[in-house]
Design a protein around this ligand. Structure first.
Ligand code: NAD
Length: 367
């Protein structure tokens, strides 16, 4: 027998069934004929504050795919802000199309206008295929934007702060798994040596970890291995490597039915968003296999911390790093709670985030 959500889907009503399933407050469809702009802004939850989250531009295969992506990503931002203790809600935007061809000044400013029309309920920033330069155009039409270049008083590239937070989360997880947080001599496999992965490799090699790297870009692999002495492995080989720590820093959903069975590591800690292909199923699979998992939305929150710091005004990078350091204690706490409740760490992290939203929601009620 079908439940109500399945019936709605069968009748073609997927929009509201997906929205209600993930609990969004508002979803805004933006269309502009002259520039060809097609965007969706997902505002998941604004109990703690305005919904801050980057804009991703992607050549989605279908509008349904873009819609699902913005819903998942914006919900993730709610949890990320809540667990990090920021006074922010969760939101995200996706722009459908080819970023190499469509991003003109008018296109970006038109998008900025749509953001402006939300009166600060949604604050945008950079994400995949959107750079600080694009944010400057968006900022011509709205003040509800962050992630501006340092030359304009912004925080610049958030990746070093993200990498530092991931490193802190990795050390906390190592403390739980190996009894001490030193990564010296640990075999760490970093998948993806882009902006975040590269800075993470730097922290790891400074601590004398044995670092293995993989990437689709030969150029990046050469640069990172030459600079830090990391050993290069194949893109598939990484899943079969005899390693202590797997650090996904490229794509989401690498923790799936196929790969979890192959992993020989004792813990997973990386920067990628949505690492678990299925939050519930694969969280349990890792737990059953005895692999500790540092929740992605918790340990990769450094970037959000950085843009929030900028949004508050008088950007201070030291303060962003100090806050990213707290990821260590939050992560250790989550792993302990997960162990005592015998639940996956991702579930424990979501519970904590939801509890903060519920508690602060009550504080904010009119009396
Ligand atoms: P990036 O694009 O600079 O780096 C990603 C790297 O992964 C690239 O070098 C790319 O060539 C490589 N890659 C792509 N497909 C691959 C594959 N199949 N196997 C191996 N490598 C592959 O991105 P980034 O800014 O470093 O972000 C990395 C991840 O962290 C992303 O999932 C991103 O969403 C997440 N994240 C980034 C930040 C940030 O501050 N940049 C913040 C939070 C989360």
């Amino acid at each position: 027998m079908m439940d109500i959500k399945e019936m709605e889907k069968a009748e073609g009503g997927f929009l509201f069934s997906e929205i209600s399933e993930l609990g969004h407050e508002q979803v805004v469809f933006c269309h502009d004929e002259p520039t060809g702009l097609k965007a969706i802004i997902g505002i998941h939850n604004t109990v703690l504050g305005p919904a801050l989250g980057g804009t991703r531009m992607w050549n989605y295969e279908s509008e349904q795919e873009a819609f699902t992506d913005v819903l998942r990503l914006s919900r993730g931002m709610t949890y990320k802000a809540a667990i990090t203790g920021l006074n922010l809600g969760g939101g995200k935007a996706v722009i459908i199309g080819d970023a190499t061809k469509m991003k003109t000044e008018a296109f970006l400013r038109r998008f900025g206008k749509f953001v402006e029309n939300l009166n600060g309920k949604y604050i945008t920033a950079e994400d995949v295929n959107m750079k600080t330069r694009d944010m400057e155009y968006i900022a011509m039409e709205t003040k509800h934007v962050t992630g501006l270049p340092e030359s304009r008083g912004g925080g610049g590239d958030p990746s070093p702060v993200t990498a530092y937070g991931v490193y802190m989360g990795m050390k906390a997880t190592a403390k739980k798994v190996f009894g001490k947080d030193s990564l010296t001599g640990k075999k760490v496999a970093v998948q993806g040596v882009g902006q975040v992965g590269m800075y993470l490799v730097e922290h790891l090699t400074k601590e004398n970890a044995e670092v293995y790297i993989t990437d689709i870009s030969e150029e990046k692999l050469k640069m990172v291995s030459d600079k830090f002495g990391a050993k290069v492995v194949g893109m598939e080989e990484i899943f079969d490597l005899d390693m202590d720590i797997y650090a996904p820093c490229a794509l989401g959903a690498t923790l799936n039915d196929k790969n979890i069975g192959r992993l020989k590591c004792q813990m997973v800690a990386g920067a990628a968003n949505n690492q678990l292909a299925n939050e519930v199923k694969h969280g349990h699979m890792l737990m059953d296999k005895g692999i500790a998992y540092a929740p992605d939305f918790l340990i990769n929150a450094g970037g959000l911390i950085n843009v929030y710091e900028e949004f508050l005004g008088n950007y201070n990078r030291e303060s962003a790093y100090r806050q990213a350091e707290n990821i260590y204690s939050t992560c250790l706490n989550i792993l302990n709670v997960a162990e005592s409740k015998k639940i996956p760490s991702q579930e424990a992290a979501i519970h904590l985030a939801e509890k903060r939203i519920a508690d602060i929601g009550k504080v904010k009620l009119p009396r």
